[in-house]
Design a protein around this ligand. Structure first.
Ligand SMILES: Nc1nc2c(ncn2[C@@H]2O[C@H](COP(=O)(O)OP(=O)(O)OP(=O)(O)O)[C@@H](O)[C@H]2O)c(=O)[nH]1
Length: 399
C-alpha cells in the first residue's frame, strides 16, 4: 500500500479538505451538571473485565489542542505526511467558528453532508470532517475500516477537558473509540504572555487549561526564542504540568511519532514521576500546579473506600475533606488531571485516571512489588504540603 518513493509527501491543508456539519460539540461548555464516575464497580473488588481486557479493538483518538496559532495544523500536516502506515481520519472541531462553517458546508445533491477522503502520497488515507459534535464522530465510525486512527484538532480557544470526557461518558462512543492522549501544542514565543493575560474576573486562561490537561506538550516555535528565554518558558510550562512529556520542536516537527501517537495514556500511568524544572529556579504558577502525593500501601477495603471518598471530595466538591469547613469553601480545589497507583498490602492494585470530575480505576495484575502508591494531581488551589498532611490524616482515621 505504501508508496515509499523519494518524493516528499504532499502537504495537505487539513482545513481545506471537505466538511460535514452536525450540532456543535460541547467544547467550551460548562462541565455536565451531573457527575459520573466511570467504573460502576468502583475500586472495591472488581471482577468485571475492565476496558483494558475488552477484545474488540478500539480506534485510538488523539486530541490535539493548543492556543491560537501555536502550530496545531502544522503538526497535523506533519503527522499526515510522515511515513507511519496509519490511515488517519482528521476531525476539525471548529466550535466557536460556526458562522464560517455554515458558509462552507459541503452538501451532496441529496442534501446529505459529506466528508472527503484523500489518499496521500505516503499511502495514508486521510479524511477530514468539520465536526461539531458527537454525531459527526458516530457517523465517522460507520466508515470504520477506512481508517485506524483519529486525530481531533480543537480550536485554539477550546477547553480540552469536556472533549476528552465525551469519550469516557458516552457509552456508545466509548465502546468503539479509545482516548489515546491529549497533545498540547505550545507556542514558545508567546506562551508566557498568553498565560499572564488572565481575563478580568477569571483565575486562569485557556492556555492554562490546555497545558494542564496534556499528556504530551509540543513546545513549538523554539526557533523564535533565544536559549536564555527558552529555559524560563520550559520552567513556566513544567510549573503548571509537571507530569506531561515535553517535546521541543520547530514547525511542529516531532521526530518520532511514537512520542505522540499510540501512547495509551489512559490505560497506564507510567512511573508517576513529575518533571520539575532543573537549576533550582522552580516556577510555581499561581493558577495551576502539579502535586505528587505519596500513598502508603493500604491495609483494608475500608481504607480503600475511605481513600475513594477523599478523591471524590477533591474532584466533586472541590474541597479537602480533613480541613474544617471554616478553612475552605467548596470549589477551593479544581482538579484537571489525576493519575495514580493504589497498592494494597496484600497485593491488589489499581491505576487511577481522572479528567475533571470523571475518574476511572483499572485493576492491575498482581505481581512484582511496585512499591507504595502515588497520586499525581494537576489543577487549581493545590497546596502540596497541605494535601499530603490531609491525606495521611484521612487514611489514619481507618488504619
Ligand atoms: N517560525 C515558526 N513558525 C511556525 C512554527 N510552527 C508553525 N509556524 C507558523 O505559525 C503559523 C500558525 O501555525 P498553525 O499550524 O496554523 O497554527 P494553529 O495552531 O493550527 O493555528 P489556529 O488554527 O489559528 O489556532 C503558521 O504560519 C505556521 O507556518 C515554528 O516552529 N516556527
Amino acid at each position: 500500500m505504501n508508496n515509499f518513493d523519494d518524493e516528499p509527501p504532499e502537504l495537505v491543508d487539513v482545513h481545506d479538505v471537505a466538511q460535514q456539519s452536525v450540532p456543535p460539540l460541547n467544547a467550551a461548555a460548562e462541565p455536565p451538571a451531573f457527575v459520573k464516575y466511570k467504573t460502576p464497580e468502583r475500586m472495591i473488588p472488581s471482577t468485571e473485565p475492565s476496558s483494558l481486557t475488552t477484545k474488540v479493538p478500539k480506534v485510538p483518538i488523539t486530541i490535539v489542542t493548543g492556543y491560537l496559532g501555536s502550530g496545531k495544523s502544522t503538526l497535523l500536516n506533519h503527522i499526515l505526511t510522515d511515513q507511519h502506515n496509519k490511515k488517519i481520519a482528521v476531525i476539525l472541531n471548529e466550535f466557536g467558528d460556526s458562522v464560517d462553517i455554515e458558509k462552507s458546508l459541503s452538501v451532496s445533491s441529496q442534501g446529505e453532508l459529506v466528508e472527503e477522503w484523500l489518499e496521500l502520497k505516503n499511502g495514508c488515507m486521510c479524511c477530514s470532517v468539520k465536526d461539531n459534535g458527537v454525531a459527526a464522530i458516530e457517523n465517522l465510525m460507520t466508515k470504520r475500516g477506512k481508517f485506524d486512527y483519529i486525530l481531533l484538532e480543537t480550536t485554539g480557544v477550546a477547553d480540552p477537558g469536556p472533549i476528552a470526557n465525551m469519550f469516557w461518558l458516552d457509552d456508545a462512543l466509548g465502546s468503539e473509540i479509545q482516548l489515546d492522549g491529549i497533545v498540547t501544542v505550545v507556542d514558545a514565543s508567546n506562551i508566557v504572555r498568553s498565560l499572564d493575560d488572565i481575563p478580568q474576573g477569571a483565575d486562569m486562561t485557556t492556555a492554562h487549561l490546555q497545558i494542564s490537561h496534556a499528556d504530551v506538550i509540543v513546545l513549538n516555535k523554539i526557533d523564535l526564542v533565544p536559549e536564555e528565554k527558552l529555559e524560563s518558558v520550559r520552567e513556566r510550562v513544567k510549573g503548571i504540568n509537571a507530569m506531561a512529556k515535553v517535546l521541543e520542536t520547530k514547525y511542529s516537527k516531532v521526530e518520532n511519532l511514537d512520542a505522540i501517537l499510540d501512547l495509551g495514556s489512559f490505560e497506564k500511568v507510567g512511573d508517576l514521576t513529575t518533571k520539575r524544572p532543573t537549576g533550582g529556579r522552580s516556577f510555581h504558577d499561581p493558577a495551576i500546579s502539579t502535586v505528587l502525593l505519596p500513598l502508603p500501601k493500604l491495609t483494608s477495603d475500608a481504607q480503600l473506600e475511605h481513600l475513594e471518598s477523599f478523591i471524590r471530595s477533591l474532584l466533586w466538591e472541590g474541597s479537602i475533606p480533613t480541613l474544617p469547613s471554616s478553612q475552605q469553601q467548596d470549589g477551593t480545589v479544581e482538579i484537571h488531571r489525576l493519575k495514580g497507583r493504589i497498592v494494597m498490602k496484600e497485593g491488589r492494585r489499581w491505576i487511577l485516571q481522572g479528567v475533571r470530575e470523571v475518574y476511572e480505576s483499572f485493576p492491575q495484575e498482581e505481581g512484582q512489588d511496585v512499591g507504595d502508591g502515588k497520586i499525581v494531581l494537576i489543577g487549581k488551589g493545590l497546596d502540596e504540603n497541605l494535601l499530603k498532611e490531609a491525606l495521611s490524616a484521612w487514611l489514619v482515621e481507618v488504619d
